[in-house]
Design a protein around this ligand. Structure first.
Ligand code: GLC
Length: 540
């Protein structure tokens, strides 16, 4: 299947390219950059939401699932984008936000009119609890109770995120049919797949039972009371299996094949794996790299765990950065110099693992997370928890195309978020001129992945199980073997391999240490220089 060998690139449309000079990126802006994306060597683009929205959660609050927000363009612009992308062999994946709508969606406007309204049961309404307070103890991911009192009709409605994002009632068959119609609408328009927002949150316990508290949990479990509950009743309900089955059948009806990748909330990758099955999601993101310290053994453990949890029938999917988390270069850095070297090690890891990699815009030039002052913060999540948590704006700064005004993101407008302060030194134009830049490393690694079937399909065979001070592994098919060696540290590291390398001659596909010959014989130790990345292929 194409999505197994594809490399995906996530675009946050507000911040990618502004064609109409209003300070916000848009669809024609993305279309103009399609030749660039094709030349980078990625295969598919995931667009964060571009539907009409009051933008309380920057598009993750959808007011109409079957149109484009004028901020981003029109349906004609969208068709143009799909056609241009397809012309360049790039696929398009839309973000579907179906746990909730915007409070300004017509469905919700009707639902809140009165209790007898035909759409009343499209959302989750409930009477106060016995104490006259909220119906139960469920908390919003963004802070505070998940219940909002509605004065007009005298009931509470549920919102797992902002109060401007009321949760749909998935138990209502009319809701499901309306949602499936939305999916068909985009599939008919030629989109190649979907990224399913918080897909394990759709169903909630029908009896609205209280979540139990995490034992011994104090403030140490996190700032949010959401993190101090065990989410057994407000997500991961058994009904989801059948719903995903219906969605999958809908997708499988189309040719060429379409796909869906799910965002599963929670830290338990065992739960995420359950949603990947032949009749459910094609892929589920594994987010564990985002909370892992920069140690090779951590990464190897995550990969081995994910491989064994998914089993042979399911396909892994990895991500280092996205629009919700601190950019990985900033997360892993312990100094400005090492940050760039770590960026290359991380890129090589992501692009040589068995599984589908998702890149995040700007990652290919190692864009840093930006620190914004309080008055610059836009993200509602950041506003809520400031100063303990400053939100997600830092990873959403405008793309750094060049050293021109506003980094070439827009010309005569004020960008919706200020540019990163380093854009004059860190931008695409400069990196394209410099053959040793991170951008050139990404491009080379992407080209190698595209050329080597062992990197796309091969088995993952780690060569060290103890004393994992570096990551050394094979990617192996019946006919091809590729050896990957990654030193995460700024000093020389000796890798003692558990098993001798397969015999034969090796050819260098990639080596940050240009003058080093490929291993000539069968060593059981590899000496790796500071931050060295090497990829060798066994000659047939
Ligand atoms: C997902 C999105 C995030 C959004 C939330 C609510 O986690 O990735 O950006 O705020 O869902 O829709």
């Amino acid at each position: 299947m194409w999505w197994k060998s594809a490399v995906f690139y996530q675009i946050y449309p507000r911040s990618f390219a502004d064609s109409n000079q209003d300070g916000v990126g848009d669809l024609p802006g993305i279309t103009q950059k399609i030749p660039y994306l094709a030349s980078l060597g990625v295969d598919a683009l995931w667009l964060s939401p571009v539907y009409p929205s009051p933008q309380f959660d920057f598009g993750y609050d959808v007011a109409d699932y079957c149109d484009i927000d004028p901020l981003f363009g029109t349906l004609t612009d969208f068709d143009q984008l799909v056609a241009t992308a397809h012309h360049h062999n790039l696929r398009i994946v839309m973000d579907l936000v179906f746990n909730h709508t915007s409070h300004l969606h017509d469905w919700f406007k009707e639902s809140r009119q009165n209790r007898r309204n035909a759409k009343r049961n499209w959302y989750i309404w409930a009477d106060p609890g016995l104490d006259g307070g909220t119906p139960n103890n469920w908390e919003s991911v963004f802070g505070g109770s998940a219940w909002e009192w509605d004065e007009l009709t005298g009931q509470f409605y549920l919102h797992s995120f902002l109060k401007e994002q009321p949760d749909l009632n998935w138990r209502n068959p009319e809701v499901r049919q309306a949602i499936y119609a939305v999916m068909r609408f985009w599939l008919e328009r030629g989109v190649d797949g979907f990224r399913m927002d918080v897909v394990n949150v759709y169903y909630k316990d029908a009896a609205l039972r209280d979540n139990p508290l995490v034992l011994g949990s104090g403030i140490s479990k996190g700032l949010r009371s959401y993190d101090r509950q065990r989410h057994i009743y407000d997500r991961d309900q058994p009904e989801m299996e059948q719903t995903l089955g219906e969605m999958r059948a809908l997708l499988d009806f189309y040719q060429p094949p379409r796909m869906m990748v799910g965002e599963i909330m929670g830290e338990d990758t065992g739960i995420a794996a359950r949603y990947c099955a032949s009749n459910q999601l094609n892929l589920a993101f594994n987010f564990e790299f985002s909370s892992s310290g920069w140690r090779p053994r951590n990464f190897q453990k995550i990969v081995q765990k994910w491989e064994s949890t998914l089993g042979v029938d399911n396909w892994p999917c990895y991500v280092l950065s996205n629009h919700d988390i601190v950019r990985h270069v900033s997360r892993y850095a312990d100094g400005p110099h090492a940050a760039d070297q770590k960026a290359v090690v991380a890129a090589a890891l992501l692009l040589t693992l068995r599984g589908t990699p998702f890149l995040y815009y700007g990652e290919e030039i190692a864009m840093r997370n930006v620190k914004y002052a309080r008055e610059q913060i836009q993200d509602p999540f950041g506003k809520q928890f400031w100063p303990f948590y400053t939100g997600r704006d830092g990873c959403r700064s405008p793309m750094q195309w060049s050293g021109a005004e506003n980094a070439g993101f827009c010309e005569n407008a004020k960008p919706w978020l200020p540019l990163a302060p380093d854009f004059a030194e860190r931008n695409l134009a400069l990196q394209q001129e410099n053959p040793t830049s991170i951008w050139h490393q990404y491009r080379q690694l992407l080209a190698i992945r595209r050329a080597e079937s062992a990197l796309q399909q091969g088995e993952f065979v780690p060569l060290q199980q103890r004393n994992v001070e570096s990551m050394v592994f094979l990617r192996q098919t019946a006919d091809e073997t590729i050896l990957v060696a990654l030193n995460f540290y700024g000093w020389e590291v000796t890798a003692h391999l558990d098993q001798p390398l397969p015999s034969g001659e090796w050819q260098t596909l990639y080596n940050t240490l240009a003058e080093q010959p490929a291993p000539a014989y069968v060593p059981q130790t590899l000496i790796l220089n500071a931050y060295q990345v090497a990829i060798w292929k066994r000659k047939p």
